[in-house]
Design a protein around this ligand. Sequence first.
Ligand SMILES: [Zn+2]
Length: 281
Amino acid sequence: MYVSPKEILQDAIDRHYAVAAFNFYNLDTLLAIIEAAEEERSPVIAQIYADHFTFYNGGGSIAKAALRLIEETPVPVYLHLDHASNYETILYAIELGFHSVMYDGSELPLDENISISKTVVEAAHKHGIFTEVELGRIGRLSGGQEDAVYDDCTGVEEACQLISNCKADSLAPAIGTAHGLYRTVPKLNFRRLEELQKALEVPLVLHGGSGIPDELIRKSIDLGIAKINVGTELKYQWSSTMKAGLEQGLKEPIKLENNAKQAVKEIAKRKISLFGSAGKA
Ligand SMILES: [Zn+2]
């Protein structure tokens, strides 16, 4: 069932757990996320990366499937648009019924990030839609030469400036995580996380949650992270299970997809239990 992002994230803060925000890529991964939440009796966030969203018949078909599943499930879920930097895409997602949108202006200078974030937040709030903005550079790990790893974390003063000016409902700060799969243990700046949590009144979101050691995840939650994004681990699990099935000679999509869905669901259930949200629905 749909429960508002404000309510879901506030409950996580009040009861000291984090809500898993799983990226879905197709119907298998979407079903895996919802079923994992049902089996663990956990709230969950179903999110889709802006570029993937537009791939599906302009985004409408996959969004409608997600909204329908959210309507039918007994656990609290909301639908979030992840990493959109295009204003038109955000407006379209709002029109389709997304419950929450992220505008990512982290590549821009602070004043431009503030000004576009403000426009997006105003448009979203007009429709009662929750918002997430980003500040600082979250790394990108492609497993090749295009890796981008940054040491500079989100500044407290800049974060306060962004949130007080644009009035966004949540913030994704850079504290040393990266998108993709880590080859070495990431160094998270917990002192900065603590400072940000004290200075800001909005929920904080951890991006790049795939492959972070369990104890670092638990510490991030202790220090105030309310939403943790996990994408890479789910998509790699989906593709490796599909590949194994094809190599075994399976030809029926229903068998291949069911195996992939079950494997993704197991990862999602492990994350839900690690984040402390199992049994909280
Ligand atoms: Zn991200």
